[in-house]
Write a protein that binds this ligand. Structure first.
Ligand code: FES
Length: 67
């Protein structure tokens, strides 16, 4: 609670206004690598400052993927 990193509407990539929710949706649609996120949303193709955040979201989501 009160942890903004869990807020799905938080903007992750300020260069391209990409929200966490969009990244999660892209991952759900198969963009499971940083490169695919870049291709799909342009996130992390500008200043690169959000790359760590994108990677973190990917890492978190991959752990959910294990079935
Ligand atoms: S904040 Fe994402 S590339 Fe600059």
């Amino acid at each position: 609670m009160g942890d903004e990193s869990t807020d799905e509407t938080v903007i992750i990539c300020f260069c391209y206004n990409v929200r966490k929710k969009q990244i999660l949706e892209a991952i759900a649609q198969g963009a499971t690598t940083l490169e695919k996120i870049q291709d799909t949303l342009c996130a992390s193709t500008g200043c690169g400052g959000c790359e760590m955040d994108v990677r973190e979201i990917l890492a978190q989501d991959k752990s959910l993927e294990k079935k």
